[in-house]
Design a protein around this ligand. Structure first.
Ligand code: WT7
Length: 635
């Protein structure tokens, strides 16, 4: 019997127990029975968290695109693989069948091969949410090139940093992108980024907005004419199980963004298995995840997980506000969406609008609702449950990370219970634990601490590109022999987990993971700024928003503060992107520091949150007097 699809609570408990008692036979059986392999593995799992080294299905050979496309052709050739809904609702939606996907991915892969992209080369993809984005991702996988998708809302500086970090030789982009009533000049951003990227030899440009762009002779090529003459068959590269499939950058508390490296076989098995179960996907369903493919949610649960299951997955180009706040619900009605997966920040923003935007549409096709990216508050959970699910579509609050590759803790709808604000139970194969600050595991069922994972799972990131030491330091050195998530959590007396939020300097703003360090670097670049510190504070739509404390140089003190705030946010937009702009900027004469010179962010966080009465003992600070001044001028 295959234990791939869990349908009852007994099956869940049985699968979970087996996955802990005998993980190799558990994952070996799932891998063997549900995927196509060119060569089977020698060992299911090798691991050592002290190095750390983890390998799954060592010795096996496969190509993930054969699993996502080729094998579906006999039974699902005419089924829609990708349902593309354009930004403008008056433009026709496109249905791309599995057979068409096969031809388009092969053609694209042949274009890449013609341009001398080889197995192991890195290709940066900087595209809007159009079918070419998913197709280019799969084309890279077809020939064994490592894709590094950069979210097309990032600035030229952020793009060039990511291109250079993993030494991409090619960039795939488009002339521009549509977002609501705006058109964004993506090619211009790429051109600016490439002024600082010597390693990029070729740029492929898809046409989307039909704007005038400059093409650099020898470097830039229009994509379509090359596709038109490419063969519709492309022999897939034979990949080893542990060959890197992609790199995806995520913010850390300090330093450069981290290029998380994901492997081929383990990632495929885990994302496919979790997609099937967490969304209880059935053959006729139309599944929609509103994330961008530029984030891990899109990689795992728009592209790879759904396609490995032969699903129909929606790619939506636009924004929830265009042409009005009813757009999401209009799309649900239009395409009879069965599973809808979005972020708490979107739910909170939608809940603030007139309920007429929801009531106008027939949402009765919905079966499962999902949320991801940050803790969902109780009010938003109930609004989602009552108004979108009408009380009969279970909400899966899915906790996971770029690093984990796939969903880790989540209800299984119709199988395990949902509890507002709780991600609930670990999926089979996942062994979470809670640790106290001195490194002891909390063994009581009811407990609250730092969330770690004790045992490897197939989709975990294997390293940070070019910096294994940093991978070890960040995830495996805080607690012995455990993966540290950076999150705090509490566990109730029946073993359900509630994620309480980050315990480090990563701030989640509207579901986007932002490190403070690069934003502070951008602020400090302003000629009038001497020093800055950025913290998060609670925000009713974004979850957290950013609060900047800025010390000005003498020359800045006479400047108009409104203009200075604008200039600082402009710099952040240029260096990182608009998502990292500061909601509040307070100019201050000093920052509270420890005697060793470290900024006491705890104090700054409390003041920004309006909780400046309980700052605790500040007498050990180097400069306790600045605290009163900061409190007085809080915004
Ligand atoms: C961080 C990871 C994984 C896809 C999107 C974010 C927070 C994620 C939840 C949830 C509470 C959550 C955590 C995590 N997070 N999902 N359901 N409940 N918090 O990926 O950008 O790598 O961010 O997002 O703090 O560590 P990411």
């Amino acid at each position: 019997m295959s234990n791939y699809h869990i349908k009852t609570v007994e099956e869940y408990h049985q699968a979970y127990r087996r996955s802990v008692q005998d993980p190799e036979s558990f994952w070996g059986e799932i891998a063997r029975e549900n995927f196509v392999w060119q060569k089977p593995w020698d060992t299911v799992l090798n691991w050592d968290f002290t190095k750390p080294e983890v390998s799954w299905f060592e010795g096996a050979q496969l190509n993930i695109t054969e699993n996502c496309i080729d094998r579906h052709l006999p039974t699902r050739g005419d089924k829609t693989a990708i349902l593309f809904e354009p930004n403008d609702p008056s433009e026709a939606a496109q249905k791309i069948t599995y057979r068409e996907m096969y031809a388009r991915v092969c053609q694209f892969a042949n274009v890449l091969r013609d341009m001398e992209v080889q197995k192991g080369d890195r290709v940066c993809i900087y595209l809007p949410m159009i079918p070419e984005l998913a197709i280019s991702v799969l084309a890279c996988a077809r020939i064994g090139a490592i894709h590094s998708v950069v979210f097309a809302g990032f600035s030229a500086t952020a793009l060039s940093t990511r291109i250079n970090d993993c030494d991409c030789k090619m960039v795939i982009t488009s002339d521009g992108s549509f977002r609501g009533n705006k058109t964004i000049d993506l090619k211009g951003i790429v051109d600016e980024a490439l002024e600082n990227c010597d390693g990029v030899e070729k740029v492929l440009v898809a046409k989307r907005v039909h704007s005038e762009v400059t093409m650099k002779e020898g470097r830039d090529h229009w994509l379509q004419p090359l596709l038109d003459v490419a063969s519709e068959d492309c022999i897939p590269e034979v990949m080893n199980a542990e060959d890197p499939l992609f790199i995806l950058y995520t913010s850390g508390s300090t330093g450069m963004p981290k290029g998380m490296v994901h492997s081929t076989a383990g990632y495929m098995v885990y994302t496919a298995y979790t997609f099937k179960n967490v969304f209880q996907y059935e053959e006729e369903d139309i599944y929609w995840c509103t994330a961008d493919i530029g984030w891990i949610t899109g990689h795992s649960y728009i592209v790879y997980g759904p396609l490995a299951n032969g699903a129909t997955t929606v790619i939506f180009e636009g924004v929830p506000t265009y042409p009005d706040w009813g757009r999401f619900w209009q799309i649900v009605e239009k395409h009879k969406i069965t599973q809808f997966y979005t972020a708490p920040t979107a739910i909170r923003a939608l809940a603030k609008q007139d309920i007429g935007f929801v009531e106008k549409y027939d949402l009765s096709s919905l079966k499962v609702l999902g949320t991801v990216g940050e803790p969902i508050n109780e009010e938003a959970w109930h609004w989602y449950d009552d108004n979108i699910g009408k009380g009969n579509s279970p909400i899966v609050d899915t906790w996971w990370q770029t690093e984990t590759g796939g969903i880790m803790i989540s209800p299984i709808p119709f199988v395990t219970p949902t509890i507002p604000t709780f991600a609930t139970l670990p999926l089979p194969g996942i062994q979470p634990c809670l640790m106290d600050e001195s490194g002891n595991e909390l063994t009581a069922t009811r407990a609250s601490g730092r969330l770690c994972i004790k045992f490897p799972w197939p989709a975990m990131a294997r390293t940070i590109w070019g910096n294994h030491q940093r991978y070890k330091n960040t995830y495996f050195s805080i607690f012995d022999n455990k993966y540290f998530t950076g999150d705090g959590a509490l566990r109730d007396n029946t073993g359900n987990y509630r994620i309480t939020g980050r315990v480090d300097d990563v701030i989640i703003v509207s579901g986007h993971n932002l490190g403070t360090a690069p934003i502070e670097d951008a602020v400090d670049e302003h000629p009038a700024v001497a020093e800055s510190a950025i913290v998060g504070f609670p925000h009713d739509v974004k979850g957290n928003a950013l609060y900047g404390y800025v010390i000005l140089k003498e020359m800045g003190e006479s400047r108009d503060h409104t203009n200075l705030r604008k200039e600082i946010n402009q710099l952040i937009t240029e260096r990182i992107g608009p998502i990292a702009k500061l909601d509040k900027i307070q100019f201050t004469s000093g920052l509270p520091k420890t005697r060793s010179g470290k900024i006491m962010r705890r104090i700054l966080r409390k003041i920004a949150a309006g909780d400046s009465e309980n700052l605790g003992d500040i007498s050990t600070l180097l400069n306790p007097e600045v605290v009163a001044d900061i409190k007085k001028n809080v915004i």
